[in-house]
Design a protein around this ligand. Structure first.
Ligand code: AMP
Length: 601
């Protein structure tokens, strides 16, 4: 029997029951076998000692730790990345091969005049070139910035402009569909490197051919001195208002990527690891590229989108031992049921983890039923750069809880007093804002060119996460919700303002407000309320036109799935649209304090 079955019922009125007891019949002793002991003995300095540093003490570089040190040692021939193409192609990249190709990319950047700190953006699906470009950029000490390939032209334009991209690596078809039309609005963008996905490759004016450049470049490259505080990664995230924010991470973050892989994902040297996240988002970079490679594992990359049977086939055929996925995918698997899982031999699967959105207790327990292992939820965000709170392999899992803070991470629940002072909530079970004491290596160092926005994230010696949570008496953290209006849909954070800004560009729209509407699978769907200009009548045809208009500009990942027409949108007396009220009305919840509502007496 490949899987053990445990039927359990979940009592949601006692969210920590049933506790799923940690196994004691370990084949592999968990790295974090004793939470308190490991936590007490932990220091970031000691964690740093697990990495090599650049030769001659010239600093710390992510790509050296991820690639070079393995490629030049006994693991040179081991598969670093196994790429599974959509159409069935399998391609292995040993550490040595990855070293050669990333050297070529670093030399290519050198040849194009790219210097330390310049931003290199990659817009691509999960294809090998993305990984080569990411690690080659880090070798060259330029800043790697991934863009999600399901973004439309407008989110792409905004991010390239804010990050002042000098180089963009993308595919011919993505370029043609999403970039060619906006290129002239991007004065900083000097070089576009196109990956051929058309045969024969089309020579598009003003672009280079990625593969031709790599073929011509040297396979030898020496990484220059890299200060651990040198910028390495730029990850865009969304707030309630304003433009997308570029969270800057430094090369020193690799200490956190590396050690959290060991402690929260329980990496061991023999592991075959599969992170299903797309590198367009932070999880796909920190744990889809960096952490498995610094730990010398074999990392599986699947180009295709979710498909339950395909995924079980990958788990079986690739002998995955550690699997890191997301609640939306787990809920989609739950919809298909446990029966399909039974057709596969998944005995090698040792540890299952999930991130990105709240993981329902049922989903944790379903992991046990389907795979003989619970899903271990963990929590972090773009700004934290790595996992901060987790359910560990050796710890009892409380379904519905995010777990306990990593060694080296000091997490708290805080509230603001009326005078704006930050007070730590000591009482268990009381909700407040989830906060972290700054100082871990993968903490973001700023929002690109927006020092004021960065400053606002800190108060009273804490980094304020924007999440509302509570802690139980045993130190487990429980997610309650977001403190702001950002939307989580299929694990992706969407800023309502970005969507509203595009909708009001349509000639029929006077105003727009966007909320997250609860959805049983995707957690939330982007829903827009619009009021129309005088003389324009709502109709189904107009609704369809607006949906299409938004989708063409924003892309499938960001565009609203639903649009409702309202004669006017509720606003405060100062003219701010009250999304909160629209959401309460949508959910049939009490409207809360409406004293500031325009027109209220
Ligand atoms: P992002 O910056 O896009 O990775 O999104 C981070 C946000 O996702 C967090 O601030 C949370 O709101 C949410 N999130 C991430 N992990 C979890 C989790 N395990 N449980 C609940 N919410 C989560």
């Amino acid at each position: 029997m490949p899987c053990r079955t445990h039927a359990r019922t979940v009592d949601l009125t006692m969210p920590w029951n049933p506790i799923i007891k940690s196994r004691r019949d370990w084949d592999v002793i968990p790295n974090l076998h004793d939470y308190e002991a490991v936590r007490n003995a932990f220091s970031w300095e000691k964690a740093r000692a697990d990495l090599d540093g650049l030769p001659g003490g010239t600093g710390l570089n992510i790509a050296h730790e991820a690639v070079v040190r393995h490629a030049t040692g006994p693991q040179a021939q081991q598969t670093a990345i196994r790429w599974l193409g959509k159409s069935g192609t399998v391609e292995d990249y040993s550490y040595e091969r990855l070293h050669d190709l990333t050297n070529r990319f670093a030399n290519t950047l050198q040849g194009l005049g790219v210097t330390q700190g310049d931003r290199v953006f990659v817009l691509a699906g999960r294809i090998p070139e993305l990984y080569i470009a990411a690690l080659g950029t880090l070798k060259h000490r330029a800043v790697f910035c991934p863009l999600f390939s399901a973004f439309g032209p407008e989110p792409i334009r905004a991010r390239l402009a804010i990050g002042q991209a000098k180089v963009l690596v993308t595919t011919e078809s993505l370029y043609q569909r999403k970039v060619a039309g906006i290129r002239e609005t991007l004065p900083h963008l000097q070089h576009v490197l196109l990956i051929s996905d058309e045969q024969p490759p089309t020579q598009r004016p003003g672009t280079h051919n990625f593969h031709h450049l790599l073929e011509q470049a040297s396979g030898t490259y020496r990484i220059g001195p890299t200060d651990p505080e040198d910028p390495a990664l730029l990850h865009f995230t969304s707030g309630t208002t304003g433009t997308p924010k570029g969270a800057v991470h430094v090369h020193g973050a690799v200490v956190a990527h590396h050690v959290t892989g060991k402690l929260a994902l329980d990496f061991h040297p023999e592991d075959i690891f599969w992170c299903t996240a797309d590198p367009g988002w932070v999880t796909g970079t920190s744990y889809g590229i960096i952490a498995p490679l610094t730990n010398g594992l074999t990392s599986i990359v699947d180009e295709a989108d979710f498909d339950a049977e395909r995924w079980y086939g990958i788990l079986q055929n690739q002998g995955i031992t550690v699997w890191y996925t997301a609640p939306t995918a787990i809920r989609m698997m739950m919809k298909v049921g446990v029966e399909p899982v039974r057709k596969f031999d998944l005995r090698r699967l040792r540890f299952l983890a999930s991130v990105g959105e709240p993981l329902n207790p049922e989903a944790v327990v379903w992991g046990e039923q389907a795979f003989g292992r619970p899903f271990h939820d963990n929590w972090w965000q773009t700004e934290t750069g790595g996992i901060m709170i987790a359910n560990y392999a050796a710890m009892d899992v409380r379904p519905g809880s995010m777990g306990r803070p990593l060694p080296g991470i000091d997490a708290g629940i805080v509230s603001k007093t009326e005078s704006g002072e930050v007070r730590v909530v000591e009482e268990p079970g009381v909700q407040g804002e989830l906060a972290l004491r700054p100082g871990w290596p993968s903490m973001f160092r700023g929002y690109w060119n927006e020092p004021e926005r960065y400053k606002k994230c800190f108060a009273g010696g804490w980094y304020l996460t924007g999440d509302v949570a509570k802690r139980d008496k045993d130190g487990y953290f429980w997610f309650v919700g977001r403190a702001d209006d950002v939307i989580k849909t299929s694990g992706h954070l969407i800023g309502p303002f970005e969507v509203e800004s595009v909708l009001i560009e349509h000639k029929a729209v006077a105003e727009a407000a966007v909320i997250g509407k609860p959805d049983p699978v995707a957690m939330e769907l982007v829903k827009a309320f619009v009021s129309l200009k005088d003389g324009v009548e709502p109709s189904d045809a107009l609704r369809r036109e607006l949906l299409g208009f938004a989708r063409a500009r924003l892309g499938a990942a960001v565009a609203p799935k639903e649009i409702a027409f309202l004669p006017t949108l509720p606003k405060t007396r100062s003219g701010k649209i009250m999304r909160r009220l629209l959401k309460a009305r949508e959910l049939g919840l009490p409207e809360g304090d409406t004293s500031t509502l325009e027109g209220s007496s």
